[in-house]
Design a protein around this ligand. Structure first.
Ligand code: USQ
Length: 404
């Protein structure tokens, strides 16, 4: 078992991951600037589940799992405080670093100038600071980064998306064919997804130039709230975002059904996306930590998803279970109205992942939690209001209206 730093360990994926790694016997230190809580305040949209302070969470964990050892917490802005990051890593000398420390909402990243610039500044600087510090300190820690399925884009027409790389033959002079294995060409659909696409190049460079060992996990849309560890004690409960910026589609539909709001399908709901339950997220990260690439190897890319679904099918499924009505609303995003999606996830299946599926009963748990905390819901926060494009007339932005 090793020493693991979890950057962004206070967030929706980072918190349950920190507990899971601790329960496996790792010594975990969370580095977090509490930006998810700050942005929730800024948006006036709190987690549906009540979240206690990091100190109270960690005290609760020490109480239920005293034999696992304490999880440490350091409040640090990895993107802004390079000296602090360097000093912290030099002190801990971790074996692995899980990097969740990024602004992760596509709608938030498209809200306006400030949010676009914040998302790029934060995500790019956080990632580059981490890589630079590892090189400067001569630390051979395995970096496990949370990427996104969205780097591939959603223009799939049946091609199975490989895990990171595309093996191509490039025609040369005469009959010559050059074999290349290239990063799958990125096609980001938001400024947020753009940052994850740019980061792929940083990882490629630092793995090649400095021999850093890096795994990039291209994760789908996470659903569910609780994991084996967060269920153990009330203060350990995971956050549940339902608002139009941070709420993700299936969890939104489940909570909308629980509070009596129509299910907000964007456009025709023909968008097909990749999904994974939060319990499988934490399992995948543990599997990735246990299976690092070697020094000098190229970045290991794994697709962290378990199934694909069309948005309108999810809405129909939730409506069938709950009796909710479905509202097909104008799509605030610029995205393909209909797409197919096939994704390879062989590498996690080969490592032994036994996927949780939507049919597996855990929908009920999310519905139950949504009902339990329904009185904490602010209905005005449910509609998605971030528009992907400003309408331009006569060379000037005339306001936030969609043209596509
Ligand atoms: N959608 C609706 N109704 C809603 C909310 C969303 O129809 O009320 C649609 C969106 O238009 C989109 C799809 O559902 O077509 C997915 O939206 P989402 O908000 O669930 O997911 P997304 O914005 O893509 O981002 C989320 C996470 C992000 C992660 C990404 C994985 O916030 O951190 O990287 O999922 S992926 O989508 O595979 O790129």
């Amino acid at each position: 078992m090793g020493r693991i730093v979890v950057i962004g360990g206070d967030g929706f994926c980072g918190w349950p991951t920190s507990l899971h790694l601790s329960s496996l016997g790792h010594e975990v230190t969370i580095l977090d600037n509490l930006s998810r809580r700050r942005i929730a305040d800024e948006l006036g949209a709190q987690s549906l589940t009540p979240i206690v302070s990091p100190e109270e969470r960690l005290a609760a964990w020490a109480e239920v799992a005293p034999e696992k050892g304490a999880v440490g917490f350091i409040r640090l802005d990895v993107a802004a405080d390079y000296a602090g990051l360097r000093e912290t890593l030099a002190g801990i000398r971790p074996d692995a670093i899980i990097h969740f420390g990024e602004q992760r909402a596509a709608p938030y990243s498209m809200k306006g100038e400030a949010e676009k610039r914040y998302t790029v500044d934060n995500n790019i600087n956080a990632t580059h600071n981490l890589l630079t510090a590892l090189v400067a300190l001569g630390l051979d820690a395995h970096v496990v980064h949370l990427g996104t399925m969205g780097v591939y884009g959603y223009d799939g027409d049946g091609l199975e998306i490989p895990e990171g790389y595309l093996d191509v033959l490039v025609p040369g002079p005469g009959e010559q064919l050059f074999a290349r294995s290239i990063l799958y060409p990125t096609n980001p659909g938001s400024v947020y997804h753009l940052t994850k696409s740019l980061e792929q190049l940083m990882f490629q460079f630092y793995a090649k130039n400095d021999g850093l060992r890096i795994t990039d996990l291209h994760q789908g849309i996470v659903w569910g709230t609780q994991t084996e560890e967060t269920r153990l004690h009330a203060p350990l409960i995971n956050r549940f975002d339902y608002d139009g910026d941070y709420g993700t589609v299936l969890n939104r539909f489940l909570m909308q059904a629980a509070v009596g709001h129509p299910l907000t399908v964007h456009g025709t709901g023909g968008q097909t996306r990749a999904f994974i339950h939060i319990q499988d997220t934490v399992r995948c990260i543990a599997l990735a930590v246990a299976n690092p690439p070697g020094r000098g190897e190229r970045v290991r890319v794994r697709n962290q998803m378990t199934e694909t679904h069309r948005v309108r099918d999810l809405a129909r499924m939730v409506a069938a279970v709950t009796g909710a009505t479905i509202d097909f609303v104008d799509n605030p995003r610029l995205e393909a109205a209909e797409n197919d999606l096939r994704v390879s996830n062989r590498s996690f299946l080969d490592l032994g992942l036994n996927p949780i599926t939507l049919s597996g009963g855990l929908l009920d748990e999310t519905l139950e939690i949504s009902g339990r905390y329904a009185d904490r819901c602010d209905m005005s926060r449910i509609p998605a209001r971030s528009l992907w494009r400003q309408e331009v007339t006569g060379g000037e932005a005339s306001g936030l209206r969609m043209t596509a």
